[in-house]
Structure formats: structure tokens, C-alpha cells
Design a protein. Structure first.
Length: 276
């Protein structure tokens, strides 16, 4: 059955006349009458008794009207729910980001989002590997580099700066380096070998200020930025990592203030089909 004809049938059954239904539907009386006749022809049964005082549903018309009324009521409910869900989002949202950013920066700030959208349950997935959003391994992500997948929408979130840090206990024992070249005499902690590190230039301390052709040997390699922070806090050595790691009550101090590591951008990304 044609949905458009059913819509007109529903309006006629509610109004009790072609003229009043036409006013509701913004159609002429003759157009409404033709659509009802066509519906009756397709069903091979009359749906209305035509009287001078109006229209009365036949027995078959009553059967169809009850069904159509129920369907249109459900459609109206669904429309209201969709409209409400757009105004008041709800459900589970899986957000993926790196271990360090998710643990140190995002998790302490997630409360404001949850307060704004109390019907959303956030599943925060911290993983230094990139999950495939196209395969719905996560709904959205915060990435430390611009996404390579062409079907992802990206929104710039913030610029992240990298500086050099050490613990007060380490500096008391080994002294404070005055220049990048003096890092040759210090214990360097770097990110472990990884074909896709968490940000570009993650191991810049191996070369910055070093003698030409000389690459420093690290005392420790760890493939996790948060673990590097913990090692620095406990006096293992000197490391370069994002400023936000030092802004959350970490027991470290910045050294070599004139030396700035790479600046990189964080992006909020999600599949195109989630855009509205």
C-alpha cells in the first residue's frame, strides 16, 4: 500500500470529509477524493460510505483505520523521541585516546561533560594504538596527529607543547643543566622504540644540543608517556614530555626553559556518519 495514500486516508477518516481533510493536507477536495478512490481500487474494497452529511467508514475501512491510526501514533512517538534525543543526547559513547592524555588530561576534565549530558555513559578507552573508528572499535577519538583516514571528520582541539623536566631530588644529586649540551652528563629517559610514537619528535633529547654525529644513549626506554612521568618523579633521570603532564600535581620541575621540544596538535575525530 502507498504510504502517501494511507496518510490521506488517515486524514479523511479523522476529518469525516474530503473537504476538511483537504484543508488539513493543503490539497483540493478533488485531489483527496481521487487518492481515496485509487486506494479503494488497489484494495478492491470500499473504505467509506458516501453520504450527503459526510463520510462513514465501512467495516473494511474501520479495520484499515485502526491499523493506520496505530502506525501513525507510533511514528509520531518515534519522531518525538528522535527530536528529544537530538536535544538531549543519551546512550553509551566510546572515546579513545592515548594512555597519557586520557589518564592525566582528559579523565580529570570529563566531569563537566557528564554533568552537561547526564544520560550519556562514557567508555574511555586509553590505548596508544589507533583504534579503527570506521570499524566502530570506538565512536570517536582524540588523536595527537591529524588522522590519515579520509572519511573521518576532524576538529582541532588544542596545541600541546613539550618541555624538559626532572625531579627536585634528581637535580639535587646530579645538578641542574644550564644548556642543552650539558645533557650529555645526565641520565636521559626516552620513549621506547615504536613505528608510530605518540607525537613527533618524542625522543628529541637524544640529539638536541649533542655534539655533531653524536647521539646520546638513554638510561631508560619506556613505551608509555605516563610511565616516563613516574620514572622522572622518582629521580631516574631527565625527560621531555607534554606540559599537561606537569600541570596535574606532578612532583617535577621544568629545566632548560629556553629549550622547547616539538609542538603538536590534538584533534577530536569521528566518522562522517556520526555528523549531524
Amino acid at each position: 500500500m502507498d504510504w502517501d495514500k494511507l496518510r490521506i486516508f488517515h486524514a479523511v477518516a479523522e476529518a469525516g470529509s474530503f473537504t476538511h481533510a483537504g484543508d488539513t493536507l493543503n490539497l483540493s477536495q478533488s485531489a483527496v477524493s481521487r487518492q481515496i478512490s485509487a486506494l479503494e481500487d488497489s484494495l478492491k474494497t470500499p473504505l467509506f460510505h458516501r453520504h450527503a452529511r459526510g463520510l462513514i467508514l465501512t467495516e473494511q475501512g474501520e479495520v484499515l483505520y485502526r491499523t493506520v491510526r496505530e502506525v501513525f501514533a507510533k511514528l509520531a512517538t518515534a519522531e518525538a523521541q528522535l527530536s528529544e534525543s537530538k536535544d538531549r543526547p543519551s546512550g553509551r559513547l566510546r572515546v579513545q585516546t592515548t594512555v597519557a592524555f586520557g589518564s592525566v588530561w582528559l579523565a580529570p576534565r570529563i566531569r563537566e561533560f557528564l554533568d552537561l549530558y547526564p544520560d550519556i555513559t562514557v567508555n574511555l578507552l586509553v590505548d596508544d594504538a589507533e583504534l579503527d573508528l570506521g570499524m566502530r572499535e570506538a565512536d570517536c577519538a582524540i588523536r595527537m596527529t591529524s588522522p590519515r583516514q579520509p572519511d573521518l571528520v576532524q576538529r582541532h582541539l588544542l596545541a600541546i607543547h613539550v618541555h624538559v623536566f626532572a625531579s627536585p631530588a634528581y637535580l639535587k644529586k646530579h645538578g641542574v643543566p644550564k644548556s642543552a649540551s650539558e645533557l650529555d652528563q645526565h641520565k636521559i629517559i626516552v620513549y621506547g622504540e615504536d613505528p608510530r610514537p605518540p607525537f613527533p619528535g618524542v625522543n628529541c633529547l637524544l640529539e638536541v644540543g649533542a655534539r655533531p654525529g653524536h647521539r646520546r644513549e638513554p638510561v631508560l626506554m619506556v613505551n608509555n608517556i605516563y610511565a616516563i612521568l613516574r620514572a622522572v618523579e622518582n629521580g631516574v633521570g631527565v625527560a621531555a614530555f607534554p606540559d599537561y603532564m606537569a600541570q596535574e600535581g606532578a612532583k617535577i620541575v621544568q629545566i632548560l626553559p629556553g629549550l622547547e621540544g616539538p609542538t603538536y596538535e590534538a584533534y577530536f575525530v569521528y566518522p562522517e556518519e556520526m555528523q549531524f
